[in-house]
Design a protein around this ligand. Structure first.
Ligand SMILES: [Zn+2]
Length: 410
């Protein structure tokens, strides 16, 4: 009996060490065409493991849902019963296959770094440390801390020690949005190595701060569960039930929104800056000696450039100037590969409407940074094949270079 118990414990421990599998899970884009269809889709939430990757909001608005195989018949049956009152498009037919084909760096590439694969946090930090050793006068590696005591790395790139202005690039806030850290490291590499005259000019005018993964605990966990979004801090309900993780982009001290179901993917935390990573990063930001002129957040997906504010449709004090630059930056981006990015305030552009506690709004309000935007990068899902890292990086970099230059005198 005891042996059996031991065997069982070992099996459970072994199973939890393996990545979660998504065999035959499907991602659908769904657009309810009636209130009844909306209700029917909403009722999917009662099933275990069903997740709306783009939130379901109202009739006529497109959402995305991740469905385990056992609920697909129920879903399709309901869809048929409603006589096509729900528009449905398959985004990923078999999520597990998409994960396998996504392009995680193979074992043979351990210890190297490039933009043909997705790399682990450890690979990334080793690469950054290599840059620091190679360019001690230009590259500084600042390690903040997380709840699980990992390094939250901010890289400072200095080519002109007399520069009085800075640019900050933040990525990897949401764990599963892997394209963000990949693009951020590409930008870092270009800022250091490029001989392009535009880049040389901007690295001499500004010191660059690049934080490729600001939620390292969540990012590491997303290699075990590809759809993980939050941090890894445990939260206990009064009932004693424990849920893991807080949405770090709802945890900033800007109109912090208390409450919410603790197990939800957008749970903001018990109080503003309850998370070690957001607290450490915000303290770091407040102590940057240069004037931060541009702050760029990289998220995915939906192909948008979002401006503050996220919580209300109130416009910025310099809305017209920021909008003009962001709109042109979207044109520059489109000029590279033809990807069409929408531009507007987050409150106007996000399907879920107003959002509180986001880093972008805090940076705008507390640091008075003149140009603050968040990119929702390319793709139709969080799983974006690695062969799109370089095109996504080039279009984003060109767009950012344009806006940083234009925002110099805002
Ligand atoms: Zn995000």
């Amino acid at each position: 009996m005891r042996l059996l118990w031991l065997l069982n414990v070992t099996l459970v421990a072994f199973a939890s060490a393996l990545p979660k599998r998504y065999d035959n899970y499907v991602v659908y884009r769904v657009t309810p065409q009636s209130e009844k269809a909306l209700e029917s889709l909403r009722s999917l939430n009662k099933y275990e493991d069903v997740e709306f990757l783009i939130p379901l909001t109202k009739v006529g608005h497109t959402a995305a849902v991740l469905l385990p195989p056992q609920y697909q018949n129920i879903f399709l049956e309901e869809h048929r019963n409603l006589n096509d009152y729900i528009n449905v498009e398959v985004v990923l037919q078999n999520v597990q296959e998409a994960i396998i084909d996504e392009g995680l760096r193979p074992e043979s590439k351990a210890g190297s770094f490039d933009w043909d694969y997705y790399y682990t946090l450890d690979d990334m930090q080793k690469w950054i440390n290599g840059l620091r050793l190679k360019y001690p006068n230009n590259v500084e590696m600042i390690n903040l801390k997380t709840y699980e005591n990992r390094n939250l790395t901010v890289v400072k790139v200095v080519f002109n020690p007399n520069a009085t202005k800075a640019v900050f690039v933040e990525a990897g806030m949401h764990a599963r949005e892997w394209i963000g850290p990949a693009v951020a490291t590409y930008i870092l590499n270009e800022i250091i190595h490029s001989s392009d005259s535009k880049i040389v000019e901007l690295r001499n005018k500004f010191n660059w701060y690049i934080a490729p993964v600001v939620n390292p605990d969540g990012f590491v966990y997303s290699f075990k569960d590809r759809f993980w979004r939050k941090t890894r801090t445990p939260v206990t309900k009064p009932s004693g039930k424990i849920c893991i993780g807080i949405d770090p982009n709802r945890n900033w001290d800007f109109h912090f929104g208390e409450g919410g179901e603790i197990c939800n993917d957008t749970y903001p935390g018990p109080y503003a800056f309850s998370e070690t990573c957001t607290r450490e990063l915000s303290n770091f930001l407040l102590n940057i000696p240069e004037k931060v002129q541009s702050y760029i957040g990289l998220h995915s997906y939906s192909e948008k450039i979002l401006m503050p504010y996220s919580n209300s449709s109130e416009h910025l004090d310099n809305y017209d100037q920021v909008y003009k630059i962001a709109k042109e930056a979207a044109k520059v981006l489109k000029g590279v590969n033809g990807e069409d990015f929408g531009v507007g305030t987050a409150a106007e552009m996000l399907p879920q409407g107003s959002v509180v506690g986001a880093s972008m709004d805090w940076v705008k309000e507390k640091m008075r940074v003149p140009y603050v935007v968040t990119y929702e990068l390319r793709g139709k899902d969080f799983i974006l094949p690695a062969n799109q890292i370089i095109p996504a990086s080039i279009e984003t970099l060109q767009s950012i270079l344009y806006s940083v230059k234009e925002a110099e005198h805002l």
